[in-house]
Design a protein around this ligand. Structure first.
Ligand SMILES: Nc1ncnc2c1ncn2[C@@H]1O[C@H](COP(=O)(O)OP(=O)(O)OP(=O)(O)O)[C@@H](O)[C@H]1O
Ligand SMILES: [Mg+2]
Length: 409
């Protein structure tokens, strides 16, 4: 990143189904991350979180990046980018090694993480993340920092995330097509979690759901680490489509009606409320009941939340999320959605808004930017390798190993 007289800048690139966001951040004196530039452009060429048109996606990225460059007064060279879609798979794995000299060394940690990731994965998938959850030394569970501990047997529990190799390659192609380098591809809900979750929520158990335009991305955290991830291909675009079909109105008008009058709880609406809806073709606009609109929206969100609830039961994590559910992403902003989610999950639910940033907060503190801000926070951690208590990337563990070495030689 080049910017006259400025410190190193980090760039997050969220290539969503609805919009592409480029966000530029730098470190302040007091250690906070300051957003100095943000560019957003409607996304063309994406469907349900994956690239379906390289040329159109490249164009959208270029526009968003140019806007961010203009605001930040810098040249963007490399980006941390998000990845999502139904091709993403995740599972937990374990590794075990003998400790070399009676005391766990950084090399042992590296070996045990490598043993845990040595799983046979399909040829069309590539590993995106290997996130250590905990270490076990001679049967003693729940160890976050095993280096220096006495023992003969070291085990590691890790969460592995894989993604379609071709989906990842297409994102890389679009980014490189704009003359940019890809620093790292990051699972979108993992990125969002950096922006919206509190450390105590990660500890107690929480389910994060990022409801965007094309996909709803789920991540479950417990005891400070990520435990489960899933992607459901149902989100805001389906709601818009339902409105278009039910009200026989063009998709763009359905989107406008949703943004202006959308609500998911009929009890919040007066039955006499009427809204004007454009018709298709050259027919004149009609007046329709807002209550009917609410019922159409509610039905789709109800289906989505029931899907998520089923997924939590299927993966056996429903009882682990005592902290409840955090909803983020643009589609979490519809009025009444939080209350509806509380009814379905029977757990406390809150709206997740990006935190831990300064600068442009009036713009960036919006659930539609959770992934973009999270990519910045993730990128900063990767670059600094700073020892944060809730850090959970392999890069973090390797940086801890490097720090340990520096301290000993
Ligand atoms: N104020 C709002 N009220 C209701 N819905 C909204 C609002 N703002 C955005 N949305 C909806 O949120 C969706 C877009 O959300 P978001 O920007 O998080 O998606 P995305 O990141 O581009 O897509 P994805 O993550 O699925 O690839 C759209 O369906 C849009 O209609
Ligand atoms: Mg998104």
């Amino acid at each position: 990143m080049t910017r006259k007289g400025a410190r190193d800048l980090i760039v997050g690139l969220d290539i969503g189904t609805s919009k592409v966001v480029a966000i530029v951040g730098g470190q302040t004196q007091d250690g906070r991350l300051e957003v100095v530039g943000l560019g957003s452009h409607p996304s063309r060429g994406m469907n349900k979180g994956v690239v379906v048109n390289i040329e159109a996606t490249t164009q959208s990225i270029r526009r968003a990046v140019e806007e961010a460059e203009l605001m930040a007064g810098c040249r963007i060279q490399s980006v941390f980018a998000g990845i999502s879609g139904s091709h993403v798979k995740s599972f937990n794995s374990q590794g075990i090694v003998g400790v070399s000299h009676g005391e766990v060394s950084p090399h042992d940690v590296e070996r045990v993480v490598a043993a845990a990731r040595a799983m046979a994965i399909p040829a069309d998938q590539k590993v995106l993340h290997v996130v250590p959850q905990e270490f076990i030394v001679d049967g003693q569970e729940g160890i976050q920092e095993p280096v220096g501990m006495a023992g003969v047997r070291l085990e590691a529990k890790v969460h592995m995330v894989t993604g379609g190799a071709s989906a990842a390659q297409n994102i890389r192609r679009c980014i490189e097509g704009c003359g940019l380098r890809l620093d790292k591809l990051i699972l979108e809900q993992l990125a969002s979690s950096y922006a919206v979750l509190q450390p105590d929520e990660r500890e107690l158990g929480i389910c994060l759901v990022d409801i965007g335009g094309g996909t709803s991305d789920i991540a479950v955290f417990k005891n400070g680490s990520i435990r489960h991830t899933a992607v459901i291909p149902v989100a805001g675009n389906q709601v818009t489509n339902d409105i278009a079909v039910a009200f026989r109105t063009p998709p763009q008008s359905a989107e406008d009606v949703k943004l202006k009058y959308g609500c998911a709880q009929p009890q919040l609406i007066k039955s006499s409320n009427e809204i004007e809806v454009p018709s298709v073709g050259d027919r004149p606009p009609r007046k329709l009941s807002r209550l009917t609109l609410t019922e159409v929206i509610r039905a789709r969100y109800l289906e989505l939340f029931q899907f998520i609830r089923k997924e939590l039961h299927r993966s056996d994590f429903y009882d682990a999320i005592a902290g409840g559910v955090v909803l983020t992403g643009g589609s979490a902003k519809v009025e009444g959605v939080i209350e509806l989610a509380e009814e379905v999950f029977d757990l406390p639910v809150r709206l997740g808004v990006p935190q831990n940033i300064s600068g442009l907060t009036d713009v960036a503190q919006n659930p539609i930017y959770s992934t973009a801000v999270g990519l910045l926070l993730y990128g900063r951690q990767q670059i600094q390798g700073s020892p944060e208590p809730d850090a959970d990337s392999l890069g973090y563990w390797l940086s801890r190993v490097q720090t340990w070495f520096k301290g000993h030689f």
